[in-house]
Every structure is written in structure tokens, then in C-alpha cells.
Design a protein around this ligand. Structure first.
Ligand code: SF4
Length: 392
């Protein structure tokens, strides 16, 4: 990760900004270094500096109730500050030559990235796939492929590199390999005791977000997988023996990862899987159909789907990871990834018989998070799961 940020700071190649589930592979095929503002938002959250910057964005006119990745990132920019200075010695965030977003996750990214397009006077390209689908059919894929292809002349003009199909295939092959390894990493948590938790996953996911399509991501996940598999063999887990297995739905609470991780461990509960970490598994990537498979993979992601599709995906994960309880994080500034808002947590409980609960919080803005209340709620929920397990 350090090398990645230092490379961005050197600015030896043109820089493209991209949303976290945007077309990074196509950008890398043109030789762009790719920078992800959401990753920067997560850094602001995890370093608990987001709260210092959000007011600057609010003063500029952004509501304190919209995505706190957006407000903390824009606030940091307006304050001319970034954790990349302190942690990696960069002078500032890398300046973009091209900005690309995909609204497969939310419309907020369009407003967020367009703000920077004006600030840096640089081209902004958007992909707008159909949303909330039960199934993604070839019609939707064809539409998104057209949008991918439409990006090519802008990428060529900004990078000075002609589109090369073989290069695109090569990057997609590497991305497919990395995402496959990431999937295997997450699946090691099916073991009992699990060698990795959701909280560990939020840190280890860094390379699959910012380095997919590079050999570094492949190397990283090969090494991580080998270590986790060895731990499974030796019976080394995040807890000695888990009393219950929990699924986390929604955004992480970046500023409270350690506190929450320790809380679950103290209560012998293992948070073994999440919609969040699973969002960077792209099983559809196929180097032989680079445009179609990218369009399909990036349109089929959980956050972009209908409640019916989400329900089926959740039920599959519950079965696969032998889940005893599901926590829905109601992230106050991200309704897009707060799946309880329309009652999914109650319907999931009804259909599966598995206890579910809602934790109020936020991805970056800790004003929406009450630690005392959350600890009590989670401890009560774990007790409830344990008594439910005794009954069944
Ligand atoms: S999905 Fe949520 S957290 Fe992510 S950019 Fe959109 S609004 Fe922000």
C-alpha cells in the first residue's frame, strides 16, 4: 500500500480517479495510475480525522447528512490536508488527469466526483448502469458495455495511449486472479475457529480495492491465503472457539474497528462474513469477454440490486458461513448501503429464523455513533443468539 501511494505521489504516469467499484481495469489498460477517493474517505474515517474536515464541506454547502466519505474527503481537500501527508509523506492527494465514476453504488459519487472535475478542470466520465434489478440480463450488459466503450476516446486523449485489447485482457486476467484469491481468503472464515474476521477483512481488502489488475494484489492475497490456510490447519483462530457466528451487513464503522473487533472477541462471538468485504468478489470477470464480463460484474454487485436479489444473496451467505445472527449497520449518511431502512432485517429474520438486529452508526461521522449504547445492544444481541441456539 505504501508503494502504491508513493507511486501516486511521484506522478510518473497520468492519474485517473475512480470509484471503488468502477472500471479500474480499463483505466489501467491505458497506463493510468488509479486513485480511489473512497479509499481516502476510509482513511479519514479509520484515522478518526473525518470529524475535523466534515465542517469545512458543510460550510461549502454540503449537508452533514450526505455520504461522510464525500464530506470528509471534500472537507480535507478544502482544508488542504490528507493523512497521506503524515503517513506516506505525500504533499497532497494526487491530482487527477481524468475522473471516472460508476453509479452502480450510489448517485452521491456523481456529485462528489463532479465537484473535483470543476476544481481540477479535468474531464469527468460517468457510467450509469440500471439499478435495483432482480436479474441482470444481456440487455443491461449491452447498455453498460456501450458506456464502457464510450470512455475509450477520452482515455486515449488524456493518456496519449491507444486502446489495446490485449493489454485490457491482461489487466482483467490479473484482476480476476486477485479477486478469486480474495474470495478464497474470505472463505477461510468458514472454518471453526475462523482465522479472519470481518474487521481484519476491512484492512486486508485494501489491495483488492486499489490494486486489482496488478501483480502486487495477486502476490499479496497468495501470501495472505497461505498464512490463513496454515492457521486453519493448526486450529489458530480469532477466538479459541466461537460461541456464535455473526454476519455484518452494511458499511464498516471505520473509526471503531478495533473497539468493535475487541468487543466481539471478548464475547466469544466471531463476525465471520459481510456484504462489504464480499463486494470486491467479481466472479464474472472473463478475459475472453473483457467488456461484457466487466459490465456484468460491476452491474451485478450487491449494492446495485433489488431487495429480492439481496435477500437471496444474504440467505446464501447465511448458509455458507453457518451464521447464527445478522447485524445490519444503519449508516446514517449512507442510505444506499443501509439495508434495514425498508425492513429487510425483519423479513430476513422471518424467512430464515435467524436473529437480526440494527446498529446505528456511520462510516466516518462518529457524531452518529454512541459507543455505550452500541456495546449494550451488541452484548444483548449475542446473549439472544446464544439462547436462540440452545432452543433450536
Ligand atoms: S455507497 Fe454510501 S458510502 Fe459509498 S460513496 Fe455512496 S453514499 Fe458514500
Amino acid at each position: 500500500m505504501r508503494d502504491y501511494f508513493l507511486r501516486l505521489g511521484e506522478k510518473k504516469a497520468p492519474v485517473a480517479w475512480c470509484t471503488s467499484v468502477g472500471p479500474a481495469e480499463l483505466l489501467r489498460a491505458f497506463g493510468f495510475e488509479v486513485y480511489f477517493p473512497e479509499n481516502h474517505g476510509a482513511l479519514l474515517g479509520a484515522t478518526r480525522t473525518a470529524g475535523d474536515y466534515i465542517p469545512a464541506a458543510m460550510k461549502y454547502g454540503f449537508s452533514g447528512h450526505i455520504c461522510s466519505y464525500t464530506t470528509s474527503d471534500i472537507g480535507a481537500y478544502l482544508s488542504n490536508d490528507t493523512p497521506l501527508k503524515k503517513h506516506y509523506g505525500l504533499e497532497s492527494i494526487p491530482q487527477p488527469d481524468l475522473i471516472v465514476y460508476n453509479t452502480n453504488q450510489c448517485r452521491e459519487v456523481e456529485d462528489w466526483f463532479s465537484f473535483y472535475g470543476k476544481e481540477f478542470n479535468c474531464p469527468v466520465v460517468g457510467i450509469h448502469p440500471p439499478r435495483y434489478l432482480d436479474e441482470v440480463t444481456k440487455d443491461e450488459v449491452a447498455l453498460v458495455v456501450q458506456q464502457f466503450r464510450k470512455m475509450i476516446p477520452t482515455c486515449e486523449a488524456v493518456s496519449g495511449v491507444s486502446f489495446d485489447m490485449d493489454r485490457f485482457k491482461d489487466v482483467l486476467r490479473m484482476s480476476a486472479e486477485a479477486t478469486g484469491l480474495w474470495q478464497q481468503v474470505l472463505k477461510t472464515a468458514k472454518a471453526s475457529p475462523p482465522p479472519i474476521s470481518f474487521f481484519d477483512g476491512t484492512i486486508h481488502m485494501g489491495p483488492i480495492v486499489v490494486l486489482r489488475g496488478t501483480p502486487e494484489a495477486i502476490e499479496y492475497y497468495k501470501a495472505l491465503l497461505a498464512e490463513l490456510e496454515e492457521n486453519v490447519q493448526k486450529g489458530i483462530g480469532i477466538v479459541e472457539q466461537e460461541a456464535c457466528r455473526i454476519f455484518w451487513d452494511g458499511m464498516p464503522i471505520w473509526g471503531k474497528l478495533r473497539a468493535l473487533s475487541e468487543l466481539f472477541i471478548q464475547n466469544h462471538a466471531a463476525v465471520v462474513a459481510s456484504t462489504y468485504c464480499n463486494s470486491w468478489i467479481f466472479e464474472d470477470f472473463d478475459e475472453n469477454k473483457p467488456f461484457e464480463s466487466s459490465a456484468l460484474a460491476y452491474t451485478r454487485i450487491f449494492i446495485n440490486r433489488s431487495e429480492k436479489a439481496k435477500m437471496e444473496m444474504l440467505k446464501d451467505w447465511i448458509e455458507e458461513y453457518r451464521i447464527d445472527g445478522v447485524i445490519f449497520h444503519d449508516s446514517k449518511t449512507c442510505f444506499n448501503n443501509s439495508n434495514n431502512r425498508f425492513g429487510l432485517h425483519l423479513r430476513l429474520k422471518e424467512e430464515t429464523g435467524i436473529p437480526t438486529m440494527v446498529v446505528e452508526g456511520d462510516l466516518c461521522d462518529l457524531r452518529f455513533f454512541s459507543e455505550g449504547q452500541t456495546i449494550t445492544k451488541i452484548e444483548t444481541f449475542i446473549e439472544q443468539i446464544e439462547s436462540h441456539k440452545e432452543l433450536v
